[in-house]
Design a protein around this ligand. Structure first.
Ligand SMILES: [Zn+2]
Length: 183
């Protein structure tokens, strides 16, 4: 990304593509960044585009802002019945061609490796009444700065540092906590 087409949100440098996603979602947050990175990996790996998205299914094991990113980026959406959520609060995602191969059920799994962003840790000074404290402009800036650090890591760290990416057989259940690839 050259300086000329770089845009910033807070202290974070974003691409034009990411800026469009932020406009759709309403703000830039760590989970949106995670969904953006996950989408980019899946799109490159499986050749998913918004145009050919009817040939794919996708899913997430959480219902955070990441699922907005994945639906917007890949075109696999709840409305097209090609996006599924089973919310167990994990950053685990899957993508596969539709229909699933009857024998090998080959699907791409993307699991977040590192808890780059931990809301509990981030709020360590704000154990009580976070919203009230955020009325204090100094506290708000501090909070926003901590979030920006997390977002920059999510947007800039190499894929391998952030995610485990592998193929697994999705036949017999997707997003099931008992599946080996899930935990
Ligand atoms: Zn968000």
């Amino acid at each position: 990304m050259s300086e000329a087409d770089s845009l910033t949100i807070g202290t974070v440098l974003v691409s034009h593509e990411l800026m469009c996603l932020v406009q759709y979602h309403g703000h830039l947050c760590p989970e949106l960044g995670i969904g953006y990175r996950v989408s980019k990996i899946a799109m490159a790996e499986l050749g998913i585009t918004r145009e050919n998205s009817l040939n794919f299914i996708a899913g997430a094991a959480n219902s955070t802002s990441a699922v907005d990113a994945i639906q917007y980026m890949t075109g696999c959406t709840i409305g097209k019945q090609s996006f599924f959520i089973e919310d167990t609060g994990k950053h685990v995602y899957f993508f596969a061609g539709k229909p699933l191969h009857p024998v090998n059920g080959r699907g791409l799994i993307i699991k977040m490796k590192t808890p780059v962003y931990n809301p509990q840790l981030l709020n360590y000074e704000m154990t009580k009444d976070v919203q009230a404290q955020l009325q204090d402009p100094a506290k708000l800036l501090q909070y926003r700065a901590a979030i920006d650090v997390a977002i920059r890591k999510i947007l800039n760290w190499p894929d391998k540092r952030l995610f485990d990416v592998f193929y697994a057989n999705l036949n017999g259940g997707i997003l099931k906590p008992t599946e080996k690839w899930y935990n």
